[in-house]
Design a protein around this ligand. Structure first.
Ligand code: EPU
Length: 417
């Protein structure tokens, strides 16, 4: 199994190009199931989750062609097997995003029910409730969700809580339903908006994406389109925190500041100098960061996917920070690993108190999920001596070439087998 070896204590400095967003790419790829014509997606990140989604779509009968500029063309003319098997769903929960498009276009789907995961229970009841409201018949049998429907019917759906992939699944399904669907308490995440733009390019009638009420007027069919995947705001945030924590400076090319307000605000509060223009975002940190309190919330609140990285920043900051995680019930697994590096973190329920220390010391740690791994990389970049991070396959799910990108800005980081 691969490990990352980091020699910490060096401020990072330079430029990094931000990749396409994982959490936009995955639903965009599933949107290809809604049309018999090809969907061409560019700026897809090279990530394990994207490869898993290609395998999932491929085994259903979607024809996949790749070009050498991170472009993929997906042709779902003939889908012979509307099934997402356990072997793929267990490695990537976002597989559930095929459910809405399959039921809407083919009237049937069998998708393995995702189990709990390292960060929380993560049920999909809102996805199922919404599809049922549109007329789908849903059963769970032998661990699989079985969905059947004639043509789906538009419905008014009020979601009990804000769910990103739930909103995406139902928005895709509603595109081919008969009549109008209203999704209330919808997720406002930029990835939902990116998906809506792609669906609109395919001929869908969608209004209000980016607000908490999305209205979709169903059409009989969608056509082919081309779409460029939005930049990854969490990769952007992760590199910004890495620069702030090491008291370095970084320019992120292709990053979009307009979708990162809450994160940039916290970085400024920590003492960073942050500026943005059309080409990207620049951050410089000239002194030890101040600690920053934060509370995760659905967009435009502070993203749960940046909570772990800010815990690493707070670990070496001046002062004490209180971090409250409101989205997932078990997303502090990194705290115990950060303690191995000398961080002073106490967790209780959904709250963590982080007392900033002057420095961390390198040690062996273990990655437990994607963003937890990112926080360990940041802590390793700051720590004195060598940090060895085990189980980095989590990182490969969501960060394209992280060690190459960090090396290019001066970090001493390498992968070992
Ligand atoms: N929830 C339910 N029922 C549902 C759906 C969600 O109770 O039917 C709960 C979840 O258990 C959770 C909360 O609602 O407590 C929010 O979950 P959400 O559905 O929004 O999460 P998701 O759509 O499964 C996406 C991202 C996650 C990100 C969350 C929150 C993708 C592929 N994944 O997950 O990304 O943390 O939204 O913003 O878009 C990551 O990239 O590391 C990652 C975990």
């Amino acid at each position: 199994m691969d490990k990352l070896l980091i020699q910490g204590g060096i401020p990072i400095s330079g430029e990094v190009r931000i990749s396409g967003a994982k959490n936009a790419a995955l639903p965009l790829m599933c949107a290809s199931l809604l049309s018999r014509e090809p969907l061409a997606l560019s700026n897809l990140p090279h990530l394990r989750d994207v490869t898993t989604m290609l395998r999932l779509l491929g085994q259903m009968g979607v024809q996949v062609s790749l070009d050498d500029r991170a472009g993929v063309e997906l042709r779902a003319g003939d889908v012979v097997n509307p099934v997402a098997p356990y072997e793929l769903v267990k490695t990537m929960r976002a597989s559930v995003l095929v459910l809405g498009p399959l039921v809407a276009r083919f009237g049937e789907a069998r998708v393995s029910l995702p189990g709990g995961c390292a960060i929380g229970l993560r049920p999909v009841d809102q996805h199922l409730k919404g599809l049922q409201a549109m007329g789908a018949e849903i059963r769970v049998e032998h661990g699989d969700i079985l969905a059947r429907a004639g043509r789906l019917k538009g419905a008014r759906i009020v979601m009990d809580l804000v769910t990103v992939t739930g909103t995406e699944n139902l928005m895709m399904a509603a595109c081919l339903a008969e009549g109008m669907t209203t999704l209330e308490n919808a997720a406002r995440e930029p990835e939902v908006v990116d998906l809506a733009h792609c669906l609109i390019a395919m001929g869908a009638h969608i209004f209000g994406a980016g607000t908490d009420v999305i209205v979709i007027q169903g059409v009989d069919s969608l056509h082919g389109a081309s779409h460029r995947t939005m930049p990854d705001r969490i990769e952007t945030g992760t590199f910004l925190v890495a620069a702030a924590a090491t008291q370095g400076s970084i320019r992120l090319i292709g990053a979009d500041a307009r979708i990162l307000d809450s994160v940039l605000e916290k970085l400024r509060e920590a003492g960073a100098d942050v500026s943005a223009d059309d080409g990207g975002i620049h951050l410089a940190m000239a002194r030890r960061p101040n600690s920053v309190n934060l509370r995760t919330a659905p967009y435009p609140g502070f993203p749960t996917d940046m909570q772990a990285q800010f815990m690493a920043l707070n670990a070496i900051a001046k002062g004490t920070a209180v971090i409250t995680e409101t989205i997932f019930e078990n997303r502090f697994m990194h705290a115990i690993e950060l303690q191995r590096l000398g961080a002073e973190v106490e967790t209780s329920g959904n709250t963590a108190v982080v007392r900033g220390v002057l420095g961390l010391q390198g040690a062996r740690v273990m990655a437990t999920d994607l963003r937890a791994s990112a926080s360990l990389v940041i802590a390793g970049l700051v720590a004195d001596g060598e940090t060895v991070i085990d189980r980095i396959y989590h990182l490969d799910r969501g960060y394209e070439c992280i060690e190459e990108k960090l090396s290019s800005v001066g970090a001493r980081i390498r992968r070992a087998n």
